[in-house]
Design a binder for this molecule. Structure first.
Ligand SMILES: Cc1cc2nc3c(=O)[nH]c(=O)nc-3n(C[C@H](O)[C@H](O)[C@H](O)COP(=O)(O)OP(=O)(O)OC[C@H]3O[C@@H](n4cnc5c(N)ncnc54)[C@H](O)[C@@H]3O)c2cc1C
Length: 450
């Protein structure tokens, strides 16, 4: 494979990470080909419409400290609007609907004290866990062999705190608290700047959104890359020998000096490496599963909840929809409610039943008018035919301390990127962009010396 014809670099995957790598390397004068398995770019960013309004089936929100994705969006002319956050939030808790303001819902004083206590203990643990290398923390082994649920019980968290943490776990990793490693949870939340920054609207990760959807950012990156991006190209096999790589799809092969694998760790398992990778790489891919989270959008003639003084933001401990947001384009209509739905109970249902369950939840929170939308759409990431799952990896106990070192360590001209490999805002669009810049710098250094 010496002096191969073809591009300098093949990038596998045209999500935010892969496109960022391709863009950065192209800007440095390198010849790049991006092979994407789907018939579209964007990966876990995928925009459709409901009642003619663009809505995101995957990533939606951005926050002020997510500076890399904001800079990229600004460069590409993609603007944000503030997330609607005016009025009272609602919580359906223990069979009653109540209103509250701010991020922490209205619970009893004792319950609120317990939430603060647990949050404080969580943040204290985070101080000991270094970003990018959580396995080196003095407490790493203990934390990694405990689940979030196990830890909550060990510190005697009350039932309401545990239920609130379960909602956080479902929306953050798409899994239950007894499925995710405590080391992963602490590291992930630290990478997002803390629990408050991760969950808040004002000043936090939900502060703003893109009125035309997040996928437009990927589409604009891909447009500038032109025919370097090849869709419907599932990478099945990568041959490597230290002097070059050959990347195989069902329809052909591309030979290059290096390859950047920009797919979630779990999807690396579907690619055969020849010769096989050193110990730990294949095991990592098998032990870094993606969670599952789904979304439902209902559109109405107007955002009628706003006239009732409600923000459209809600939390629920009952039913398929457990968090809602108002993503309407304005006061005049249409009104659009976004509901995060629990994949475990929602995804196996038939389309009509899913719609009925989602509308039932919206009506339980915002009143009977929510039962009759003018349009409705939902999306199940677990049901994607290719590269299923999301929002991000739900890393189980033991994986970080056993395989974590392999997450992004290059092998023989094979480099790794994707939001799961980021130090800051891992799991988010911002982490994907950051990881793309990191990988592009690594590859540029490699090309300069090999
Ligand atoms: C429901 C949901 C809600 C979310 N909400 C937010 C949010 O509000 N804010 C936020 O910042 N983030 C959010 N996220 C997370 C965000 O979408 C991801 O962090 C980000 O899109 C990951 O980008 P990536 O490039 O790392 O990976 P991906 O987007 O997964 O890109 C990987 C690409 O590789 C392709 N691929 C996989 N295997 C192969 C193969 N063998 N050959 C060729 N191509 C392959 C895939 O098709 C995909 O296009 C959400 C995600 C979901 C699913």
């Amino acid at each position: 494979m010496t002096n191969p014809p073809g591009p300098d670099v093949v990038v596998v995957g045209a999500g935010f990470a892969g496109l960022t790598v391709a863009r950065a390397l192209t800007a440095l004068g390198h010849d790049v080909v991006v092979l994407e398995g789907r018939d579209r770019v964007g990966g876990r960013s995928y925009t459709t419409t409901v009642a003619g309004v663009p809505v995101d089936l995957g990533a939606t929100f951005v926050g002020p400290t997510q500076t890399e994705v904001l800079a990229l969006a600004a460069e590409l002319g993609c603007t944000t609007v503030p997330t609607h956050n005016v009025g009272k939030n609602l919580i359906r808790w223990r069979g009653r609907v109540r209103s509250y303001r701010s991020t922490i819902p209205r619970l009893s004083i004792l319950e609120l004290l317990d939430v603060s206590r647990i949050q404080w203990r969580f943040e204290r643990l985070a101080k000991q866990v270094p970003l990018g290398a959580p396995w080196t923390a003095p407490t790493a082994h203990r934390l990694d062999h405990e689940t979030v649920e196990g830890w909550l019980r060990s510190v005697h968290a009350g039932k309401s705190t545990r239920d609130l943490m379960a909602i956080m776990t479902r929306v953050t990793w798409g899994c239950e608290p007894n499925e995710v490693s405590m080391l992963h949870a602490v590291h992930y939340i630290k990478a997002a700047g803390g629990i408050g920054t991760m969950l808040d609207v004002k000043g936090g990760a939900q502060q703003d959104r893109f009125p035309d959807g997040t996928q437009q950012i990927a589409l604009r990156m891909a447009e500038a890359l032109g025919d370097r991006v090849r869709l419907d190209s599932v990478v099945e096999r990568i041959e490597h020998d230290g002097s070059g790589v050959t990347v195989h799809t069902a329809t052909g092969a591309v030979t290059a000096r290096a390859v950047v694998v920009a797919v979630p760790p779990a999807h690396r398992a579907a690619i055969a490496f020849e010769p096989g990778l050193p110990t730990g790489y294949a095991e990592l891919a098998k032990n870094w599963p993606l969670g599952n989270l789904s979304k439902a959008y209902a559109a109405y003639e107007t955002p009628f909840w706003r006239t009732a003084g409600q923000s459209g933001e809600a939390l629920s401990d009952d039913g398929s929809v457990f968090i809602t947001f108002d993503v309407s384009p304005g006061d005049g209509g249409p009104g659009v409610l976004l509901g995060f739905t629990d994949a475990r109970s929602f995804d196996p249902l038939e389309p009509q039943e899913r719609r009925a369950r989602a509308l039932e939840c919206f009506a339980g929170l915002f009143g009977e008018a929510a039962r009759n939308p003018v349009d409705y759409v939902d999306h199940r990431w677990s049901a994607e035919a290719f590269a299923p799952g999301g929002p991000t990896a739900a890393v189980p106990p033991g994986s970080w301390t056993t395989y974590g070192r392999r997450l992004r360590e290059p092998v023989d001209g094979i480099f790794w990127t994707g939001t799961e490999t980021a130090d800051e805002w891992t799991g988010f669009l911002d982490g994907a962009v950051r990881s793309g810049h990191r990988a592009a710098a690594e590859v540029a250094g490699y090309l300069a010396t090999n």
